[in-house]
Design a protein around this ligand. Sequence first.
Ligand SMILES: Cc1cc2nc3c(=O)[nH]c(=O)nc-3n(C[C@H](O)[C@H](O)[C@H](O)COP(=O)(O)OP(=O)(O)OC[C@H]3O[C@@H](n4cnc5c(N)ncnc54)[C@H](O)[C@@H]3O)c2cc1C
Length: 322
Amino acid sequence: MFEPKDLVEGVPISYQQPLHTLTTLRAGGSAEMFSVAKTGDELAAAIALAHRRDWPLTILGGGSNMLPSDDGVPGLVVMNLARTIKMLPGDQIFAETGCWIQDVFLFAAQRGLKGLEYAVGIPGTLGGALVSNAGAYRSNVSSVVTELDVVERGERKMTDASIMGFAYRDSVLRKENPPKLGVISVVLQLSAAPRKAILDDARNYQRQRISKQPAPASAGSFFKNVEDFEFAQQFTDLNEGMRANGVVPAGYLIEKAGLKGFRLGGAMLGARHANFILNVGAASAFEIRRLAQYTKGVVEEKFGRRLEEEVLYLGDWSRFTL
Ligand SMILES: Cc1cc2nc3c(=O)[nH]c(=O)nc-3n(C[C@H](O)[C@H](O)[C@H](O)COP(=O)(O)OP(=O)(O)OC[C@H]3O[C@@H](n4cnc5c(N)ncnc54)[C@H](O)[C@@H]3O)c2cc1C
């Protein structure tokens, strides 16, 4: 499927690669330039090339937390297939960022190491998980990351987790003007536990997921939950645990705003889980974003809170209108 047309400083590149088939929302336009990296060194070379030439750079993992614009993504998109994973001493794992996070969990579980049980059912790579500090059931990937192999402004180096600026579903790589930084591999510090207990926990989470998550094309939760203790106390029908932790789920607000199952063209808010935007009829990326904007407007009008996207908009949105 990937047929390079050029070799730029040793990096194979093709042009105008459609991205909709490479994202779980199944929408969006094409990458201006596209490359596939099968090893950590290939990934590092492609990142360094983009940094040197000052090209906009997107590293594509599972495409499960992004919405590329219908008008395309300028610069270089590198598909990350670097998937080496191995044990290190002291209950640590080395994993390249193209590994599926579920595979890293399985690798760990088979060796009696816990810390990634929530990852079962997250259809993305470790790299994408780092960028959004992915997690579930009160755990986040950032809590186990100790060291990273990165390319920063064209230079490959080892660093610690502080470079990522992790917060709830956030890191420096999600900022409006992110630093020139690509992550090649990480070291994860896990802890020993009986294998059966690890797998039981993962199965339990998986069961909860299946009961809530819809099947059609989506990018998982579209918006971040609202973390605000005072705000959470207003909602007397909110689950006790959520209120005690000061968390108001975005899906709860969307449902309360009467938008569950609301449809705009080919895009629809989930009927089971209102915080999922589903592509139910060949929706364009503009349609999906339009539904997201509309949802934010209604929720803000009703509750005075502006939801923030968990999904990342990529590329050129200059022609986007409501
Ligand atoms: C059904 C479903 C369920 C989901 N459940 C959850 C959940 O429970 N919890 C949760 O947190 N998320 C969840 N998600 C969202 C998503 O799967 C996660 O955020 C996942 O970690 C994204 O990984 P990815 O490889 O698909 O990232 P992508 O979408 O490919 O990329 C996301 C961003 O990360 C950047 N990036 C990727 N790799 C690198 C790298 N190596 N270096 C620098 N930047 C990089 C990309 O350029 C992009 O900006 C779910 C999604 C779906 C569809």
